[in-house]
Design a protein. Structure first.
Length: 206
């Protein structure tokens, strides 16, 4: 029951507004290559990336931004990056990105029986998100020492800048939610949890 409800999230073309979407069957070589890489490395053909397909060069650039800051392995844990994405998306009033990355973050968080190390990691992710929110614009807590080492700054700033851009594109060209409008609350909660688990599969990879 839940998987059919997620089909709009897994097929971005139905959600795109104001620009003509590029169907995979009609995609040229460059667009098809980006589509395949997004699905393989991000877990699904993300609508915020797919909406750029009418311009292949911009599609490729938007995917590079997301891939190199959020997906590629580095010094910062993926859950912390997801927390940054959520904090910036909330500051920009982007419900689509807030919902998707909030679901991913919830799925990545440790369960009740998690180790002390896993719980400490979850605490660090909340500290970073709170520091971002204190700024009011997602740029970082004014006057407060960042709650992360300096060598993590490039990755975290990269995620924040990427989502400042993507949020604006999403609010203009996509629906407010990846899930169908009018979905009853219990079904929406279940579908959101499944979406988070689907995203978690790729988020835990390298």
């Amino acid at each position: 029951m839940v998987i059919p409800l997620l089909r709009p999230a897994l097929r971005p073309l139905a959600q795109i507004r104001r620009v003509a979407p590029v169907r995979p069957a009609d995609a040229g070589q460059e667009v098809a290559r980006v589509y395949a890489e997004v699905e393989r490395e991000f877990g699904l053909l993300a609508p915020p990336i797919g909406l750029h397909a009418p311009s292949p060069a911009v599609l490729a650039a938007s995917w590079v931004m997301l891939r190199e800051t959020m997906v590629a392995a580095g010094r910062v844990d993926r859950a912390v990056k997801e927390a940054v994405a959520v904090a910036v998306s909330e500051a920009n009033a982007c419900p689509f990105c807030t919902e998707v990355h909030g679901a991913t973050l919830a799925a990545l968080r440790p369960g009740p029986g998690a180790s002390a190390g896993a719980r400490a990691a979850a605490g660090r992710e909340r500290e970073v998100a709170d520091w971002l929110r204190e700024a009011g614009d997602g740029a970082g807590g004014r006057g407060a020492r960042p709650p992360f080492p300096a060598d993590r700054t490039p990755e975290l700033v990269g995620v924040a800048v990427t989502f400042h851009y993507l949020n604006r594109m999403v609010n203009l060209f996509l629906e407010e939610s990846p899930l169908p409008a009018g979905l009853p609350a219990p079904a929406r909660s279940a579908a959101t949890a499944v979406l988070g688990r689907l995203m978690r599969r790729s988020a835990r990879g390298t």
